[in-house]
Structures are given as C-alpha cells and as structure tokens.
Design a protein around this ligand. Structure first.
Ligand code: TXA
Ligand code: MG
Length: 371
C-alpha cells in the first residue's frame, strides 16, 4: 500500500517537475526570442556592438552572429557551438562593395571582374572565398590567408547589419556560422536556435522560417587564373555560377571521388546529423510497409505520398508533398529535427535526383547519414 502511495506521490512530483521545467523553458524562450521589429532590430545591433551573440535569420539558415572585428566576441561563437578553432567563419556585410573591402587589395585588382560578375547573386545564398585583407582577425579565418564573405538576402539580417554600421560609425562585418551546435542539424527557425543555443545568446530575432533552408553555395576564388571552385553546394548551382562569370566553375565533388585542391574545413563527411541513426536509400527505392529494420522506423520520401504507397506504413513522411525541390530544401532540416524529437530508432530516407538543388539536398543527406 505504502509503496503504491509513494510511487503515486513520486510520479505526481515528477509530473510537476516536468511541468515546471517546461514552463521555465517557455518563459526563457519568450525572453530570448523576439519578433523582428524596428525596436528589436535596434536592440540586436546594440547587443552585437557590445560583443554579445545574437541569433539572426538569413534566407539560408539562422546564423549565430557576433561582431567580426572583436576577437572576444568571435571566440564566444566557438565556445557556444563547441566548434573547433581551425574551422573558419563567414563574414556578413550589407553590400557587395562592402564585401570587396574585406579582400586583399591585390585580389580586388586581379579578381575584381570575376567577383563583380558573381556578385549579381548578392544579396543571396552565395559565399565567396578570396585572399583576406590584413585587417581581418585570425580568429575569423582560423589563421588562414583567405576569408569567406557573404551578403545575406534577408530584410532582418540586412537591417541589423545597417543598424550596427550606423551605431559603430563604420562598417562592422558580422561573423555568423549556422546557429546549431557543431555537427548537429542546421536551424531554419528561431525556435531551432533556442533549442540548441538559447543559453548562449543575448537574444534571437525571429524572422520566420528560412526561405532557402540550405546553407549558402561556397565558391573559392583562386588568385591565379585557375578555375573557380564550388566548395559547398547550395541553392545557386555551379551551372548558374558558370553562366554569370562566363567561365566554367568546377565542383569540389561532395562524394570525394576527385580530391579537391581546397576544402572548407567545416565540410567533414559527417555533418548536419540528427542524433537518430539515418539510412539513405537510392532514389528509386520504394518505401515499404515492413522496412525490415527493428524498432520504430520513420521513412521519409520526396514527392507526394501516392495512394499506391503502402497506407499501413504508419510512419511515412514526405519532405515535399508538392514535389518541388525548393519545398524539400526549405523543409529538410526542420523535418530531421522533428524526427529526432520524436525519438525514432531509425530514419530511412529515400534520396532525390541529384540535379540542380537536388545536388545540394543529397550532399546534406549524405553527410547526415554518415556513421
Ligand atoms: O548560409 C550560410 O552560409 C550560413 C548563414 C548563417 O550565412 N552560414 C554558414 O556558416 O553555413 P558555417 O560556419 O556553418 O559554414 C561555413 C563553411 C564551413 O564549412 C567553413 O569551413 C567554410 O565555410 N569556410 C569559412 N571560411 C573559409 C575559408 N576561409 N576557407 C575555406 N572554407 C571556409
Ligand atoms: Mg554550419
């Protein structure tokens, strides 16, 4: 009798503790996440000026922002994310003209034409890597002689960058990696940022779900006349880049069939990974009502869940019921995070065709499923 009594009281206490914990988490979320308004944008700029970390929406993924000209602020990024110091950061500015000032002077002469042609994608999901200006901190470049620069295409990010320049009286580049713990799935909502890094940021600006959903395409700009190279695929394909720049832009193949000349240190094979083990199947694999794995299995496909697919498959999701790759890219990380939260034993993903945006999506899925 007394044992029953004890366990009931005990479980009531546990329910109360869980409720308290959930309450305090939502209170903390409410005091950390701010809808983007003129006032909260100004507040975010003041936080950045003071060297604090801010969760910032961009069109690709949310960034963990710090002023890029302050070594202590930049170091806070590495500590919060548990990111190795040898992995350099992207600097964000509001215009292409500002971006070019971050490159070394000789770059501006020798490569200005190529960079200017590529800058038609700015503001947008493109990052250029070129020789660094001597003023850029080693903390940003990981001591290397190049710097990665991008002009984000999000009104909130641009407003914060402009406000920061206004407050500081000069352009202040903002260092911002994806706002996730190192190696975990990137964030595409303010809540994702809070879930991973809430305790490390002064505030998170909520600018809605990210339009693109995949990190920017990274292009390496060599100082000689060797070809431009895509180091990370993204929404802007190497074919589009080639047309813009008027020369072939090559791809450092994500499958590493060919060894690239340069690599982005952050592009380790395993990356963007949910905690739940994940299997990536060929695009022509059909989902099955008995997938042949033990435990609770979630199957995720691309395209509509047709009537001829096994209805009895309880856990069958689609990244893009409308069949559009843009929809899948925008939903990719949120879907993987949701799957993780529901604690399946295994996620089985059927891949998509590796063309255009499909290349970038498959690159992320391949990394997410690496053991
Ligand atoms: O869309 C994006 O690019 C997002 C948003 C927030 O702008 N940012 C982002 O940052 O994805 P991060 O740190 O998660 O990824 C940047 C990648 C890493 O793989 C890093 O190694 C590489 O860029 N990178 C940065 N600077 C580099 C450099 N100088 N040389 C080679 N790779 C570099
Ligand atoms: Mg990242």
């Amino acid at each position: 009798m007394s044992i029953v009594h004890f366990s009931r009281r005990h479980s009531q206490r546990r329910i109360r503790t869980d409720a308290l914990r959930m309450n305090s988490t939502s209170i903390l979320a409410e005091t950390t996440i701010y809808p983007a308004t003129d006032a909260t944008v100004a507040r975010a700029a003041r936080c950045l000026l003071a060297g604090q970390l801010v969760g910032l929406p961009t069109e690709t993924v949310y960034g963990l922002a710090a002023r890029g000209d302050d070594a202590n602020a930049v170091n806070r990024i590495f500590t919060a994310k548990n990111r190795p110091h040898h992995n350099p950061l992207i600097l964000h500015v509001a215009t292409a003209a500002e971006a070019f000032t971050l490159f070394a002077d000789e770059f501006v002469e020798s490569l200005r034409q190529r960079a200017e042609r590529l800058s038609i994608f700015w503001p947008g999901p493109l990052t250029m890597i070129g020789p660094r200006h001597p003023s850029i901190l080693d903390h940003v470049t990981a001591g290397g002689n190049t710097v990665a620069v991008r002009v984000p295409d999000h009104p909130v990010a641009l407003a914060v960058l402009r406000e920061l320049a206004e407050l500081a009286g000069c352009v202040v580049p903002v260092a911002a990696p994806s706002a996730n713990l190192s190696n975990y799935v990137s964030p595409t909502t303010a809540r994702h940022v809070f879930d991973g890094l809430g305790e490390h940021v002064a505030m998170i600006l909520d600018g809605g779900a990210c339009r693109v959903g995949l990190e920017s395409t990274i292009v390496w700009m060599p100082t000689d006349d060797s070809p431009l190279q895509v180091l990370r695929s993204g929404a802007i394909s190497s074919a589009e880049l080639s047309v813009a720049v008027g020369e072939q832009v090559v791809s450092a193949n994500s499958r590493r069939e060919t060894k690239p000349d340069v690599v982005a240190p952050g592009q380790f094979a395993k990356h963007y990974s949910p905690r739940t083990p994940m299997l990536l199947m060929r695009e022509d694999t059909r989902p099955s009502s008995s997938p042949g794995f033990s435990g609770r299995v979630l199957q995720i496909i691309f395209g509509p869940i047709d009537d001829d697919l096994p209805r009895e498959t309880a856990n069958l999701w689609s990244f893009n019921p409308d069949g559009k790759l843009e929809t899948a890219a925008a939903a990719l990380y949120a879907t993987l995070r949701q799957a993780d939260n529901l604690r399946f034993d295994l996620i089985v993903v059927t891949g998509c065709v590796e063309d255009g945006l499909g290349l970038a999506i498959m690159d992320r899925l391949r990394r997410a499923s690496q053991k």
